[in-house]
Design a protein around this ligand. Structure first.
Ligand code: ASP
Length: 358
């Protein structure tokens, strides 16, 4: 009898403890959920050697451009826009700004031409689109989206991509539209450097007078990663590639898994830096895979890849996770970047983690 009463009491106690634990954990889930941002966006305007002695006026131009882009994205998300639309519209805005190495303002190839690359990815179903080496398309990000939504393929290159642009009737421009004096001077400097390199001269003489405060011979790409109110992730990247590039060189920007990746289960990522290294290390996919296979946070996964796999100076990523976590991780001296979310986070930065040029 005593034994039975003890058993009943023990059982009742266990049920009580279990119910309380469940209630606690469900209220924790609720708290966690309510702390999560409803939407989040991060963007970059390229990573690289950005001197802190950069002219105040030029610095302000970049800060203003980053503000304009992040405001557009945040306002669209606030109003309930879809992740893909936000990615496309924000990248388009940046493609039109000659400060960035994408669309107008793209860097020049060795032959003084422009060859633009872009990609976009939808985290809902891993659908993806990209173009490489387009020469007359004003907004390569839009053509990438059309490849994703209207073709059976993922990536069209060069003449084929131009023909696809004919079919899709996207806005075309004469290649001279992309020309800016600044990029022409950069090409000249890069070509001089090649000669200097052949002479085995030092870094100092490669940069006569130290005037290239933003050494974007390799960098300056734009990219956006978004979580929308519906919990969908998307990412996009657009670039002119590398100054002085030759022979149809294609970097990571139009390569899903390297320059761009989005998966609703993990994160959305856009990369910027030495494209060859980002391709070798499948940077964007690797971050997503670390999250998926180990349960790591976005920032942990991004740090493992950017600071553990790449070499210092290679570049960085911006990303947003499915829980609204934002990462902006780089191993170069600077990365033009901005972030915002539904909880009021709003920041623009170029150098250290701590700064906010808001
Ligand atoms: N990743 C780009 C490329 O290699 C360059 C950049 O990020 O600026 O083409």
């Amino acid at each position: 009898m005593t034994y039975q009463i003890t058993t009943i009491l023990l059982l009742a106690f266990s049920v009580f403890m279990l119910t309380t634990a469940c209630e606690e954990s469900s209220s924790m889930d609720n708290n966690e959920a309510s702390e999560r941002p409803e939407y989040a966006i991060a963007l970059h305007g390229g990573a690289g050697v950005i001197s802190r002695d950069i002219d105040d006026e030029i610095r302000q131009e970049y800060v203003d451009a980053l503000h304009e882009a992040i405001r557009l994205g945040r306002d669209m998300l606030e109003e309930g826009a879809e992740a893909l639309d936000v990615v496309e519209q924000v990248v388009r805005l940046m493609e039109d700004n000659p400060l960035f190495n994408a669309g107008r303002g793209a860097v020049m190839t060795n032959e003084e031409t422009f060859e633009l690359d872009a990609s976009i990815m939808d985290g809902r179903d891993l659908s993806a689109g990209a173009v490489a080496g387009v020469t007359t398309v004003r907004h390569p990000i839009t053509l990438s989206r059309l490849v994703m939504e209207n073709s059976r393929h993922v990536l069209f290159a060069r003449d084929g991509a131009e023909r696809y642009a004919d079919m899709m009737e996207v806005e075309r421009v004469d290649p001279s539209f992309f020309h800016t004096e600044r990029r022409y001077e950069q090409l000249r400097r890069a070509q001089e450097r090649d000669e200097v390199r052949l002479d085995h001269s030092g870094e100092q003489s490669m940069n006569p007078g130290g005037h290239a405060e933003i050494d974007d011979a390799k960098f300056g790409t734009v990219g956006v990663a978004v979580l929308d109110r519906n919990g969908n992730l998307a990412a996009g990247t657009s670039t002119g590639g590398m100054t002085n590039k030759r022979f149809g060189r294609v970097g990571d920007s139009p390569i899903h898994g390297a320059g761009t990746y989005a998966n609703n289960e993990t994160c959305a990522i856009s990369s910027t830096g030495t494209g060859e290294e980002f391709i070798r290390h499948a940077v964007a996919f690797q971050i997503s895979a670390i999250m998926e296979y180990t349960g790591a946070s976005l920032n942990d996964a991004a740090n493992q890849v950017i600071n553990g796999k790449l070499q210092p100076g290679d570049g960085g990523i911006i990303g947003v996770s499915h829980t609204g976590e934002i990462a902006m991780v780089f191993n170069s001296p600077g990365m033009f970047r901005a972030a915002a979310d539904s909880r009021g986070r709003f920041e623009v930065a170029i150098w250290d983690e701590e700064e906010n040029l808001d």
